[in-house]
Design a protein around this ligand. Structure first.
Ligand code: AMP
Length: 285
């Protein structure tokens, strides 16, 4: 596995691979790698891509400076995990390489309006501008055929898809299923920040989702049940919603069919998210 740090080296590597006829699969990450990230590497490998993974803790997508400094960083372990899971090239660009103006604002921002202002975007203003801007740059430098994202960050995929469509970027966005611990907790780099008690509380997110999926509930019932499950466990609820999986607009009670249930909450100061497919019933009265 190659480990690269500069845009120059990274461009040369991917250009060389394309010249040799390879298809490139890009997996953007913020490091502190776990089995969720490994599943993305595996999916890219199984499709025959040369796998380029990036590790960059992007300050532009963090609103809270404490969240940024507290974000886990495990570079040595990350290299081992990446090389053991089929990554061909691991790119660890510096902050100066990615955002040369930082800590001053970067004048260029990619904004996907609409979806970016809802749910995660509502609680974290500017978050998806940071995500869209960094993903646009990673795509431009890498030039992949496919880019892989986890459904753990379901709204992020919708933002990236919209950007790819609007800018006609020549890349396929590949969504990958959420990988969970045996007890149901969605794997997340932030889980390592939780104490044993907080980790137990955090299970309320996946339990809340499990208690509404495939239970013949109206959207408003599902929202209430999820919120109560999380509150009962002591989770500070950011949102518990049922939305259209494309537009992210809230589902009305007289609508039925496949939707997405999404939850977010704060446990011991750590913000966690999770989501699941849900089939809602329609209210007829
Ligand atoms: P992150 O390093 O948290 O920015 O995540 C990098 C990529 O890994 C994103 O596309 C995430 O959605 C994905 N990812 C993170 N956790 C999981 C998980 N538990 N299952 C599947 N994909 C995940």
């Amino acid at each position: 596995m190659q480990v690269l740090h500069t845009i120059r080296q990274w461009r040369d590597y991917t250009q060389g691979q394309r010249d040799a006829g390879a298809s490139i699969g890009l997996v953007p990450t913020m490091g502190a790698l776990h089995a969720g990230h490994a599943s993305l590497f595996g999916e890219a490998k199984s499709r025959g891509d040369v796998v380029v993974a990036t590790i960059f803790v992007n300050p532009r997508q963090f609103g809270d400076p404490h969240d940024l400094t507290a974000y886990p960083r495990t570079p040595d372990d990350d290299r081992v995990l990446a090389s053991e899971h089929g990554v061909d090239c691991l790119v660890e660009p510096s902050l100066a390489e990615m955002w040369p103006d930082y800590p001053n604002p970067t004048p260029t921002t990619v904004t996907v309006s609409g979806i970016s202002e809802l749910l995660e975007g509502e609680g974290r203003p500017g978050h998806f501008d940071g995500v869209a801007s960094v993903v646009a740059k990673l795509l431009v430098v890498t030039g992949p055929c496919r880019v892989y994202f986890g459904e753990k960050d379901f709204q992020q995929i919708a933002v990236v898809r919209q950007m790819v469509r609007d800018l006609a970027l020549p890349v396929e966005v590949v969504p990958c299923p959420i990988i969970r611990d045996r007890d149901g907790l969605a794997l997340s780099s932030r889980n390592t920040l939780l104490s044993g008690a907080a980790r137990h509380q955090a299970l309320a997110l996946s339990h809340a989702l499990a208690s509404v999926t495939d239970h013949d509930l109206y959207a408003s019932q599902a929202r209430r049940v999820m919120r109560e499950r999380m509150q009962d466990a002591g989770v500070q609820v950011a949102y518990a919603d049922v939305v259209d999986p494309i537009t992210f607009l809230p589902t009305r009670d007289d609508e039925q069919g496949e939707r997405r249930a999404l939850v977010a909450g704060v446990v011991e100061g750590v913000r966690l998210i999770d989501n699941a497919r849900i089939v809602v019933a329609a209210r007829r009265d």
